[in-house]
Each structure stands twice: as structure tokens, then as C-alpha cells.
Design a binder for this molecule. Structure first.
Ligand code: HAM
Length: 403
């Protein structure tokens, strides 16, 4: 039996890689003052059908539960975040900076960079209208990616202003009911045939294509670019009005991170959603955030050789030369574990050669050999990488933290 199509089994090596991504995410985001929260993976269906937009509604993993309630696995974190913040915003000082690492589920066609489940780092800020919050958020995304060793040659954050497009649609007499369709057509324009986009954009196609080609100006964008310049991060961002984002709730600055070679799907995406809390929960608070997925990021890091080998899993492997020394060995193992070391040993009698093989395959840093010397209170400690071997007394181990 296999896992469902688009779902992953995390064997230990894959799990170690995932843990490495999560640790880096959490380290950088907490360095920006984001604090972690989580919510339920299963939510009521209407939380996502109300405001996220058709695209994500078409990808929901929804069903009716045994109490006849329409429910869905979360396809993203933002509506849950909005619901949670709206319910208890008075308990927290603004601006509030929260992060989460949820597993999210979307019924998409599995393909390179797109699965039916993935993990997402979400960083969101609530309660700050000023564009300095947008600068802070984009800087955080840049620094998360830089923390993996990626440089401005590897990725770029393409940034735009959805409000600019909304103003454009208004000025050109497009009724509000059609805005989302037009924005979606712009969002998809790079992945669809030009005729399809032109068809969707109708009479505005030519004007919009001109903006794609020549760019446009927006005071908001200039302010954010200047802020990022002041942080020395301008080489990581590029203004590009083709970015509008597929989700319906964005209202202001929006952005997406891509690899420079254009080989992969979007690495991350986000923006301002100043009306979502009000529309969902009647709480009028400005908000902005981004989601960074683990799938494309891992593909990109792998292609650049930036994914570390499986990290060492053990500090010590205790090799037992003869069964008659097992009891003393168990005492030593317990002592080492009490001191916070990761220690393993053979559960049954084994030839020394086999024990050394186990030590190496488990990635042990050092092998401690318990043989006849133990009768004098001494063990041999062999460093696996250098093959160097020294003798250490049990008393010394008892009195120190490291061998
Ligand atoms: P999103 O652009 O839908 O935004 O997703 C963010 C990132 O999640 C994408 O750039 C991509 O890396 C990853 N991703 C999305 N779908 C899949 C998939 N099927 N398989 C693998 N990775 C995927 C959001 O979800 C927003 N809620 C982000 C946000 C937070 N906006 C404000 N706050």
C-alpha cells in the first residue's frame, strides 16, 4: 500500500530535512519578533468559501462530517488566522506579529512543486496600516531565504500593488463584480496562452499589456522599495505589475518569490489584506502576511546543493565487546543519557565489526568501547571521523559534560 497521490511519507532522512527547514524558518521569523501559534487543521467549510476566492474553493478537501456539518481540511492558514485574531484581538497589543507552520491541503493535480499537502511558514502582522509593516514583512521573507544560503542570484521577490489594479479597473468602468475575474486573468497571464488572457481581459487587454511591458508607478510601491533599500535589500526585489496574486482577499502591496532561473513554481506569496478581518468577522483591522511552502523551497535548495546531508543522529554508540560487560555498559549509557547525550548500543550480543558498522550508519560522532578495561574503570573512545582513539576513565565522564 502506498500513500495517497500527492501525499508524502516522511522517512527519517526526509523528516530530518523537513526539520532543518522548519528550524530555519522558526529561527529567522522569531528573530523578527514573530511568535508562534497554531489552529485546527479541520475547519468549517464556510470559513474558506466566503472570502478566499473561487480558485481555492475548487481545491478544497471538504466533506460532511458524522454530525452533518460541512467541513474542510485547511487549504491555507490565513482565514483561520483572521478568525483567531478577530476573536481575541483585544488581548494582544498591536501590531501583532504571529507565525505558524501549518500543514495545508489542496486538491490540486500533483506535479513538480505542487502536491496535495504541504507545509507553509506563515508570517502575518495585524493592526498596522503603515507601509513600514510591508517593508518589515518582505525583509523577513528575504532573510528566511537568505538563511538557507540563497542569494540574490538565486531568487527574487516580485512585488506589485493590487490597489493599483483595482483603481485601474474602477477608472476603466469595470463593474466590481468582475474585478476578481480580471485580477485572476492577470495573475494567470504568465502561465496561460496570450490569446486566453486577452480573451479574459476583453477590451482592456491592450492597456493592461502595455502596463506589463512598460510598468507603472505607485506611491505605495516606491515607499516599500525605498524602505527595503534602506535595509540594503533592494537587490532581492523587483517591481512587476504582472503579480496580483490569485487569492481574492488581497488589497494592497502583493508579492511573490521566484527562483531567478524561472525553473520552479512560486516559492512564496503574500500581501496586504486589510478587509479580510472585517469581511469575515466584523473586526476592522489592517493585516498582511506571507506563506512560504516547503515543497518548492526544498527543490530549489537541492538544485543548489544547499540541503545538508542527513545530520548526525547520535553522539555516542556504545560497543560492548563481551556480554559479561553489558551491565557496566548499561550503567555508562544511562550516565551519558542523563547528561543529555544521544546514545545507542546493540540490544543483543554482536561481533565488534557489526557494532562499528551500526555506529557509522547511525551517524555516531564517537564510539565508546566497553571491554576488559572497564574492570579498571576505563573505556576507549574512538572518534569516527578521524579514527583517533583515547582512553577515558568513567570517573572523568561522571565529572564532566563532554568526553
Ligand atoms: P499561496 O500563494 O496560495 O498563498 O501559497 C503560498 C505558497 O505555498 C506558494 O508560494 C507555494 O510555495 C506553496 N504552495 C501553494 N500550493 C501548493 C501546493 N499545492 N503544493 C506545494 N506547495 C504549495 C497563501 O496560501 C496565503 N494564505 C499566504 C498568506 C499568508 N497571505 C497572507 N498571509
Amino acid at each position: 500500500m502506498q500513500a495517497l497521490n500527492g501525499f508524502r511519507d516522511f522517512y527519517p532522512e526526509a523528516f530530518a530535512q523537513r526539520a532543518f527547514l522548519f528550524e530555519t524558518w522558526r529561527r529567522v521569523a522569531s528573530g523578527y519578533g514573530f511568535v508562534e501559534y497554531d489552529g485546527p487543521p479541520l475547519e468549517s467549510l464556510d470559513l474558506f468559501t466566503k472570502k478566499s476566492g473561487e480558485e481555492i474553493v475548487g481545491q478544497l478537501y471538504n466533506f460532511v462530517d458524522k454530525g452533518d456539518r460541512p467541513v474542510t481540511l485547511r487549504p491555507e492558514m490565513t482565514p483561520t488566522f483572521a478568525r483567531m485574531v478577530a476573536a481575541r484581538h483585544r488581548d494582544y497589543k498591536k501590531p501583532l506579529k504571529w507565525m505558524a507552520v501549518p500543514q495545508v491541503f489542496r486538491y490540486e493535480r500533483p506535479q513538480k512543486g505542487r502536491l496535495r499537502e504541504h507545509y507553509q511558514l506563515n508570517c502575518d502582522i495585524v493592526g498596522e496600516e503603515s507601509l513600514s509593516a510591508d517593508v518589515e514583512l518582505i525583509a523577513c521573507l528575504v532573510d528566511v531565504l537568505r538563511a538557507f544560503g540563497l542569494t540574490s542570484k538565486d531568487f527574487v521577490i516580485r512585488m506589485s500593488d493590487r490597489q493599483f489594479w483595482i483603481d485601474f479597473l474602477k477608472e476603466n468602468g469595470v463593474p466590481e463584480s468582475e474585478w476578481y475575474l480580471k485580477l485572476q486573468a492577470i495573475d494567470k497571464s504568465e502561465r496561460e496562452k496570450p490569446e486566453v488572457t486577452r480573451d479574459k481581459l476583453g477590451p482592456l487587454a491592450e492597456k493592461i499589456e502595455k502596463i506589463f511591458a512598460e510598468g507603472a508607478s505607485s506611491e505605495r510601491i516606491s515607499t516599500v522599495v525605498n524602505g527595503l533599500k534602506a535595509m540594503g535589500l533592494e537587490e532581492y526585489v523587483q517591481v512587476d505589475f504582472r503579480i496580483v496574486r490569485g487569492l481574492a482577499y488581497y488589497t494592497g502591496i502583493v508579492f511573490e518569490a521566484f527562483d531567478r532561473s524561472g525553473e520552479f513554481r512560486a516559492i512564496a506569496g503574500g500581501g496586504r489584506y486589510d478587509s479580510l478581518l472585517k469581511n469575515l468577522c466584523e473586526v476592522d483591522l489592517p493585516a498582511l502576511g506571507f506563506g512560504l511552502g516547503d515543497v518548492v523551497l526544498a527543490e530549489l535548495l537541492k538544485s543548489k546543493g544547499l540541503l545538508p546531508e542527513v545530520p548526525k543522529q547520535l553522539d555516542y554508540y556504545v560497543a560492548i565487546a563481551e556480554e559479561s560487560f553489558r551491565e557496566q555498559a548499561l550503567g555508562l549509557i544511562h550516565l551519558l543519557r542523563d547528561k543529555g547525550n544521544r546514545v545507542d548500543y546493540p540490544l543483543i550480543s554482536q561481533k565488534m565489526g557489526k557494532q562499528f558498522e551500526s555506529a557509522e550508519s547511525r551517524g555516531a560522532e564517537k564510539v565508546i568501547i566497553v571491554d576488559a578495561l572497564i574492570l579498571q574503570g576505563i573505556v576507549s573512545v574512538k572518534t569516527v571521523a578521524t579514527r583517533e582513539q583515547v582512553q577515558v576513565s568513567i570517573l572523568d565522564i561522571q565529572n564532566s559534560d563532554a568526553i
